[in-house]
Every structure is written in structure tokens, then in C-alpha cells.
Design a protein around this ligand. Structure first.
Ligand code: CLF
Ligand code: SF4
Length: 268
């Protein structure tokens, strides 16, 4: 995918910069501790230094002034520490980056709640690729994963909140894929909670036009701190079982919201 390290480009050669400009979130996942990076795309347990859009641009300039890094970096991603779409700074940052570094692909990771409302703006900014974290399509299962969901100033809880989130995630993936954005779906595998949901999510996102699925192991945290994370063999068996439905991504390193360089050779 034109050098995108998470979407089939050579990840030993091509890298990304994450700009940590998005602190706020509009949902509450049971595996998230808000003082950490978004667990849907970034590794919890490390607190990022927040950047303003201007300081993020300065940071990117500094990285790109290094000849070696400038050759490596192909993608600028916003992946937290909260949900990018819940922060106006995300849009301002993309605008600044696109103006100065038009050759870099813009990428974003979101819980999807605001995606149907924001897709036009993202397309205008030239968004190339998008990750949406979808852990379940069942409001009942979702009520165990999402403690609350806030939309237009109203807080929804339990299955009602989960249903609202799921409907908007599906609509967002449909709209984005249909309009040419490369969509990856992350599913956090939470043993004993959403195992049975993975093939249902895989089937639905495949029909909606998603490009690849990334089944990620739960990192036990917050309300799920005592859940035993999936063993590597179990995770691999889930990926193999769903590979027939949609391609599976296997090289995710659950990056920090401020990581840069080659994936797996972390700098931040
Ligand atoms: Fe960043 Fe994510 Fe874009 Fe990649 S990361 S916003 S799609 S540029 Fe990649 Fe990192 Fe895994 Fe994400 S290895 S956590 S999948
Ligand atoms: Fe935390 Fe990310 Fe979930 Fe928001 S979407 S609650 S930041 S894990």
C-alpha cells in the first residue's frame, strides 16, 4: 500500500510518526485508563507528552530534518492519547502537516463514534488511511466493554451506549471505504468476553469494504486488569480462522501515541 508500514508496505524500510495531539475521548473502554494512551491503538502504561498542533509540526520538522528519518517516514498518524475525532487539534494538525509535507500519507485511529459526522472533513484534508476499533457487534457484549458513550453532550450507558457506538462504527466504515479511504479494523481480543464476536466483526467489515483486520491481544488494565490476556497460540488460531474472511495483520507493535521511526524499532 504505497509504503504504508501497517498496510502492506515494507515495514523494514518504511516508518511512521505519531503526533500525540488528541487527549480527550468520548467513550470509556473497560480496559482503558485515561491517563494512558488509547489502548485501542497504542500501548497503555506510558503517558505521552501532549503536543499542540504547532508543536507537533515542529516535532515533525525536526524528525524530517534528519536525512535518514526523512527517507524512512512515509506516514503521519494520529492515534491518541484519546480519540482523535473528539479533538479539534487533530484536524488542525493534519492541515498543517499536509501543507508542509504533502508527500506524507495521513493516517488516523479512532473508536469510530464521530466518524459519520467527520468523514467529509477528513476527506477534504486528504486522509489516506483509517483504523476503526470494533470489538463487538453485540450491544450486550459491548455493554461489558464500553462503560459509557457520550454523543452531543448526552451520556449513554450499558447496551444503549454500546448500540449507538456500534451503529456509528458500521456506518463510518461503510462511508470511509466507499469513498476510497483504506480502512483497517482493530479488534481487541478479550478472552471470555468477545471471542465469539471476532468472526462476526470480520464478516461484516469485509462486506463493508475494509482492507485488513488487526486482532490485538488485550493488555489487562483498568476494569479488565485481572483478565488473562490471550496466549500467542490462541491469538494466532483466531487470526488463521478469520483469514478466510479478511486478511489479517500480524505485525502490530501496539505503538505509543508519540512513536516514530520503523515499527518495532521504537523511538518516541
Ligand atoms: Fe499509526 Fe495505526 Fe496509522 Fe499505523 S500504527 S495510526 S495504522 S500509522 Fe501500526 Fe502501530 Fe499497530 Fe497501529 S503497528 S499500533 S497498526
Ligand atoms: Fe481509552 Fe481509546 Fe477507549 Fe477512549 S477509545 S476509552 S482513549 S481505549
Amino acid at each position: 500500500m504505497h509504503g504504508h508500514p501497517c498496510l502492506g508496505g515494507n515495514r523494514h524500510k518504511n516508518g511512521r510518526v505519531h503526533l500525540a495531539v488528541a487527549p480527550r475521548c468520548n467513550i470509556s473502554c473497560a480496559y482503558c485508563e485515561r491517563k494512558h494512551d488509547c489502548a485501542n491503538e497504542s500501548r497503555p502504561g506510558v503517558t505521552s507528552r501532549l503536543q499542540t498542533p504547532r508543536s507537533a509540526l515542529d516535532h515533525l520538522r525536526q524528525i524530517m530534518s534528519d536525512k535518514k528519518m526523512a527517507d524512512i517516514i512515509k506516514v503521519v498518524g494520529i492515534a491518541g492519547p484519546g480519540d482523535p475525532l473528539a479533538n479539534t487539534e487533530t484536524f488542525e494538525t493534519f492541515r498543517l502537516v499536509k501543507e508542509e509535507f504533502p508527500q506524507l500519507m495521513l493516517c488516523m485511529s479512532t473508536n469510530g463514534l464521530l466518524l459519520p459526522d467527520k468523514i467529509d472533513e477528513l476527506l477534504q484534508l486528504g486522509l489516506h488511511s483509517l483504523t476503526v476499533t470494533i470489538n463487538t457487534l453485540s450491544p450486550e457484549v459491548g455493554s461489558r466493554i464500553y462503560r459509557d458513550v457520550t454523543l452531543d453532550g448526552v451520556r449513554y450507558q450499558g447496551a444503549e451506549g454500546a448500540k449507538l457506538l456500534i451503529e456509528r462504527q458500521i456506518e463510518g466504515v461503510r462511508l470511509a471505504s466507499g469513498r476510497g479511504v483504506v480502512v483497517k479494523v482493530n479488534t481487541v481480543l478479550i478472552p471470555g468476553c468477545n471471542d465469539g464476536q471476532v468472526p462476526i466483526v470480520a464478516d461484516t467489515i469485509s462486506r463493508l469494504g475494509a482492507f485488513v483486520m488487526n486482532v490485538m491481544p488485550l493488555i489487562p488494565c483498568a476494569a479488565f486488569k485481572d483478565v488473562v490476556p490471550p496466549a500467542a497460540e490462541y491469538l494466532e488460531s483466531i487470526r488463521v480462522a478469520n483469514e478466510r474472511i479478511i486478511p489479517q495483520f500480524r505485525h502490530c507493535s501496539q505503538c505509543r501515541a508519540d512513536a516514530f521511526g520503523l515499527i518495532g524499532a521504537e523511538e518516541s
